[in-house]
Ligand binder design. Structure first.
Ligand code: AMP
Length: 249
């Protein structure tokens, strides 16, 4: 397994850059992960990044990192974005795209990337397509995780995230060894504000309206790979690797 990328350039933007890592042994993969909130995308992203040595580019993590900053350090656009996020609404495309443009160097990461939570609207997918063409980069595949609605709701309400390293647990399906404490770093586990019932409802509506049309968008480009998100994280990961092999990515 390759060393984990530190993602400073992605999380902070601006002039921040990541510690260099040894050159990856394999060809870099450039993937987009799609799926409704709660399908376990974040966990699959972690497993895939460790396996492929790719960088985990999650737009949700940029907002969560901004939340941890002192309010005086946040730009007005970020402060407004956090309000949308808190209610479970999508952050406006202009704000998200400005953050991604500022981090365009991360798309050229030598280990490749896994975009998680971006794009989330067709306008964002079109902007990404343009950005990648400008950078002379191509997506290898778009992995779409699929799960029935009632299972999604149960996953979201049981999800707990580490306050430090962001590792995701679940009270039933992936419990930590000690309740409320992260197995990896000993940090405290918490329930994300947007995993509470009222916000979950809004997020599912936003997904159905804005993000599910992306499966057609990528199907037309022959990039879509559908993966069932039922079962344990390990089972889903095995299915993911099999699907990537089949597509020869
Ligand atoms: P996530 O961790 O990907 O579920 O993102 C958490 C929240 O951040 C979402 O519910 C949105 O409020 C916001 N967000 C993250 N990525 C995007 C995006 N690409 N477009 C709009 N809003 C986003």
């Amino acid at each position: 397994m390759e060393a984990k990328r530190d993602r400073r350039a992605w999380l902070k933007g601006g002039k921040a850059h990541c510690d260099p890592l040894p050159a990856p042994k394999e060809q870099p993969r450039r993937l987009v992960l799609l799926g409704a909130p709660g399908v376990g995308k974040g966990t699959q992203a972690e497993l895939l990044c460790a396996k492929l040595s790719a960088c985990h580019l999650s737009t949700g993590d940029i907002f969560r990192a901004a939340k941890a900053l002192d309010p005086s350090e946040r730009t007005p656009a970020l402060t407004a974005a956090l309000e949308y996020m808190k209610r479970g609404n999508l952050v406006p495309d202009d704000t998200v795209l400005a953050l991604v443009y500022e981090r365009v160097g991360c798309l050229r990461c030598e280990g490749g990337f896994l975009l998680d939570g971006f794009p989330r609207t067709v306008a964002q997918a079109e902007a990404l397509e343009k950005l990648l063409a400008e950078q002379k980069l191509k997506l290898d595949a778009v992995l779409s995780y699929e799960l029935p609605l009632e299972q999604i709701v149960s996953r979201l309400s049981g999800r707990r995230t580490c306050i430090n390293c962001k590792t995701v647990f679940h009270v039933q399906t992936r419990p930590p060894t000690v309740e409320g404490i992260c197995d990896r770093c000993g940090g405290k586990l918490y329930q994300r504000e947007d995993d509470r019932p009222a916000s979950v409802h809004v997020r599912m509506d936003a997904y159905a309206k804005s993000t599910s049309p992306l499966t057609d968008f990528y199907q037309r480009r022959k990039l879509l790979v559908s993966i069932s998100a039922e079962g344990t994280p390990e089972e889903i990961f095995a299915r993911t690797l099999a699907a990537l092999n089949k597509k020869k990515v």
